[in-house]
Design a protein around this ligand. Structure first.
Ligand SMILES: [Zn+2]
Length: 193
C-alpha cells in the first residue's frame, strides 16, 4: 500500500459505503494509520492530520482523523466509517490546506466553520460529532475525498489562492497561470482541453 497522488483517477471516484466492519476494513484502517505516520516521517515541517481511504487507492468510505492535531508525539487517529455531513454552517473562513495526495501544493480554501457529522466507529458504534474550525475543515476535506473532490477543486481559477512550501517550511505564493492552471500533474489531461 502507498499514498497515491494526483492525477491518479482513483482520487476522482465516488467511494462506496462500508456494509460490514470486518477484518478487511480493519486492515485498511491499520494501513491508513501506518501510511499517515510514514508520510509524516518524510515531511519534518508537517503533521499528518487525517487521511481518506481513496488516498491509498481504496474507494471505500473510511477516513482517519488525528486525535491531537498539535502535538506530533501523540500519534493516534480515530477512524470514521461512512461519515456524512449532516450540516455545514457558521461563518465561512478561508485558511491553508494541503493534502498528502497533492504533493507540494497548498491552498487558501473557504470552508464552513461548524459541521455536524454522523459516522460509525471501528466497533460499529454510531456517533454524531459537532466540530468547529480546524476539525470542521479537516472533516470537510476528508469527506470530500470520498466523493472524488480535492481541495484544489474549491479554488480552481482563484489566482491568489495557491502556495508552495520552500525548504524551510514557509508557504510562498505560486504563479497561477504558469504553475497551476495547466498543470496536468494536478488536474490530469482535462486542463489541456
Ligand atoms: Zn486530502
Amino acid at each position: 500500500m502507498k499514498i497515491i497522488t494526483t492525477p491518479d483517477a482513483r482520487l476522482r471516484e465516488k467511494s462506496e459505503k462500508v456494509r460490514e466492519i470486518d477484518d478487511e476494513i480493519r486492515d485498511i484502517i491499520a494501513d491508513m494509520r501506518k501510511l499517515s505516520l510514514d508520510w509524516e516521517k518524510e515531511h519534518p515541517y508537517e503533521l499528518s492530520a487525517a487521511m481518506a481511504a481513496p488516498q491509498m487507492g481504496v474507494n471505500k468510505r473510511i477516513i482517519i482523523i488525528r486525535d491531537d492535531m498539535e502535538d506530533k508525539s501523540k500519534a493516534t487517529f480515530t477512524a470514521l466509517i461512512n461519515p456524512e455531513i449532516i450540516r455545514a454552517e457558521g461563518k465561512i473562513k478561508t485558511d491553508y490546506e494541503g493534502c498528502l495526495s497533492v504533493p507540494s501544493v497548498y491552498g487558501m480554501v473557504p470552508r464552513a466553520t461548524k459541521v455536524r457529522v454522523k459516522a460509525r466507529l471501528e466497533d460499529g458504534t454510531e456517533v454524531r460529532i459537532k466540530a468547529t474550525d480546524e476539525l470542521a475543515r479537516t472533516l470537510l476535506h476528508e469527506i470530500d475525498h470520498l466523493d472524488g473532490i480535492l481541495f484544489i477543486d474549491h479554488i480552481k481559477g482563484v489566482k491568489d489562492a495557491f502556495y508552495e512550501m520552500n525548504s524551510k517550511g514557509d508557504l510562498i505564493p505560486v504563479d497561477y497561470d504558469k504553475k497551476i492552471a495547466n498543470n496536468t500533474k494536478l488536474w490530469g489531461e482535462e486542463c489541456r482541453k
